[in-house]
Design a protein around this ligand. Structure first.
Ligand SMILES: [Cu+2]
Length: 216
């Protein structure tokens, strides 16, 4: 086969391929209307009413996940208190390995403060933190993040239950009352929930005892 014969064969084959391609192309054009019908179906009202998978997963998520979402919003909320007011007091709560009420305690474990007062959590012994377990609606959750001292100002009235995360099962927790006890009933059930996770029998009812003693 010489060069000329080769070129003739080559161009012939290419031409045939081009014709086959155009035939397929035109057949595809004929098929398109049925594809459009399918598109109209996926765009119709019934299909549109089905929410995206991600959104479905979100709305089906647990309550705690929703709380986390709310937490991140709440944390950036501005305090309703005047930070420089001379009327506000700063109280001290110590985090202790050993206190007058036994091992692993906040001291005092119950404290009553006025609206816009602050509490300075002092990590007298290392390895403790103070984090919100339950608090009034719309309050700002707190977390001392194992800092040696961390001051939290309370701008929302009501009862707060907080814990030391690593020692919660030893009932290392505390209750703060900011002015009133408007969320008393809610707090009662939150304390029950918390105490279900306390593993040390002698201190199992530490928080509910504290609650009964102080919340009228
Ligand atoms: Cu602790």
């Amino acid at each position: 086969m010489n060069d000329k014969q080769f070129m003739t064969t080559f161009l012939g084959v290419m031409g045939a391929l081009a014709i086959i391609f155009f035939i397929i192309f035109f057949i595809a054009q004929i098929i398109v209307p049925s594809t459009k019908v399918a598109d109209e179906f996926t765009n119709n009202n019934i299909v549109n009413r089905i929410e995206p998978v991600g959104k479905l997963n979100y709305s089906g998520s647990s309550e705690s996940a929703e709380n986390t979402e709310v937490t991140s919003v709440d944390t950036v909320r501005e305090s309703r208190c005047d930070a420089n007011s001379a009327n506000n007091t700063t109280h001290i709560v110590k985090m202790l390995n050993e206190g007058s009420q036994g091992p692993m305690v906040f001291e005092p474990a119950f404290i009553r403060i006025k609206t816009c007062d602050s509490i300075r959590f002092e990590m007298t012994d290392a390895g403790h933190n103070a984090v919100t377990v339950a608090a009034p609606d719309d309050s700002i959750p707190f977390d001392t993040k194992y800092k040696p001292t961390h001051t939290v100002q309370f701008d929302t009235n009501g009862l707060y239950l907080y814990k030391c995360a690593p020692h919660a099962m030893m009932a290392m927790a505390g209750i703060i009352q900011v002015s009133d006890a408007n969320n008393k009933n809610q707090m009662k059930s939150e304390i029950e929930k918390f105490e279900a996770g306390v593993m040390m029998q002698p201190v199992k009812t530490r928080m509910s005892d504290l609650f009964k003693e102080n919340i009228k």
